[in-house]
Design a binder for this molecule. Structure first.
Ligand SMILES: *Cc1c(COP(=O)(O)O)cnc(C)c1O
Length: 392
């Protein structure tokens, strides 16, 4: 029997303990696993027998999360990692070798950009950063050694969308793979694998866990590719092993994903409309607004519009600084997707690893402010923003 998305959120991957009857998957807080005898140990190492060996190679709490996210994203298999960047690095180290080339969006999560732009060249992996909305330019940028196209949609923090279906075709016609960071959307809103992407990555720190108390990452893809990510990227190259306790918390968070995300989105729409109505605001970027330049693509590709909003104040960063210092309920903090509403300034915070020139190229102006709408009453969030506008 195939279940609906909501049922999978609750049930997929759960492993009740039939010995004690415990409903929730117990925490297997162990580094290693005892073999019954020498033969069993040898068979597990050879892969001739299923079973756990050592937590860096797998743990029942990892398996539970992996089964749930694979079911939700519609992928064959998944791998958990100790952070979003741990997952992204493990995937890219697995997919790319010295001499290879990647094409990536100009606007990316700050550390993903930094990994590809500042670290990979030391190991002979070159990347071209560009506006992936211009598909003809993407085709022109392909090189014989292009192995990967990498994107976020919506992008962090510009909110640019990418036509995943069209980009997947361009990648596949060239024999390259398309990797999509689906952190902003979660599979509630967008399922890149169904649109043709090869691999989905997540910072599970954000909406998937949803409660601001875990750092974690996830990769979803084919059984074959995930096997490689586990044996190469995660086991040897990064060693980014998620702790069993954090995997337990993540599984717990994911059980309510289908309830939380629509509520985040509903409030975000109200707040985006409020911001757009304010005279102090020069520009609001939110895929649900009629003013959003890629509204048509948002309607085609996303089931809901997400809960991240960016805005620019007319008086630039000085007004922005005053504004973020004046909010009382919104919390001045990086990260996103938590129950609490968060506000931050990308140019001096999440994207400060980029030079001024790189920020400009990525579309991050000094006056840009990013809001992550939480689960409080939207009326209270709007009232707080209102008093902050009055304070500047
Ligand atoms: C936060 C984030 C990451 C990095 O994840 P960590 O869990 O902090 O390592 C990657 N991509 C996006 C879009 C993010 O928001």
């Amino acid at each position: 029997m195939t279940y609906r998305f909501e049922t999978k959120c609750v049930h997929s991957g759960n492993h009740p303990d039939h010995e004690t009857g415990a409903l929730s998957t117990p925490i297997y807080q162990t580094s290693t696993f005892a073999f019954k005898n020498a033969d069993e140990g040898a068979k597990r190492f050879k892969g001739e027998e299923e079973g756990y060996i050592y937590t860096r190679l797998g743990n029942p709490n990892h398996t539970a999360v992996e089964e749930k996210i694979a079911a939700l994203e519609g992928g064959e298999a998944a791998a958990v990692a100790a952070s979003g960047i741990g997952a992204i690095a493990s995937v890219l180290w697995t997919a790319l070798s010295s001499g290879d080339h990647a094409i990536a969006a100009r606007s990316l999560y700050g550390c993903t950009y930094s990994l590809m732009a500042h670290q990979f060249p030391r190991f002979g992996i070159e990347s071209t950063f560009m506006d992936l909305r211009d598909l003809d330019k993407v085709k022109d940028a392909l090189k014989p050694n292009t192995k990967v196209i990498y994107c976020e949609s919506p992008a962090n923090p510009t909110m640019d969308l990418v036509d995943i279906q069209a980009l997947a075709k361009i990648a596949h016609d060239h024999g390259a793979m398309l990797i999509v960071d689906n952190t902003y959307c979660t599979p509630v809103i967008q399922r890149p694998l169904e649109l043709g992407a090869d691999v989905v990555v997540h910072s599970a720190t954000k909406y998937l866990n949803g409660h601001g108390d875990v750092i974690a990452g996830i990769v979803v893809g084919t059984k074959e590719f995930i096997g490689k990510v586990k044996m190469e990227g995660l086991k040897d190259l990064t060693g980014a092993t998620l702790s069993p306790f954090d995997a337990y918390l993540l599984l717990r968070g994911m059980k309510t994903l289908h309830v939380r995300v629509p509520r985040h989105c509903e409030s975000a729409m109200k707040i985006a409309q409020f911001l757009e109505s304010r005279p102090e605001v020069a520009k609001v970027s939110y895929p649900g607004l009629d003013s959003f330049p890629q509204k048509e693509l948002a309607d085609r590709q996303m089931a809901l519009y997400g809960a991240i909003i960016t805005m620019e104040l007319k008086d630039g960063f000085d007004a922005g600084k005053k504004f973020i210092n004046s909010v009382k309920l919104w919390i001045l903090a990086v990260s996103l997707g938590d129950t609490e509403s968060l506000i931050q300034h990308p140019a001096s915070m999440t994207h400060s690893a980029l030079s001024d020139e790189e920020q400009l190229e990525a579309g991050i102006s000094k006056g840009l402010i990013r809001l992550s709408v939480g689960l409080e009453a939207p009326e209270d969030l709007i009232a707080d923003l209102k008093q902050a506008f009055e304070a500047i």
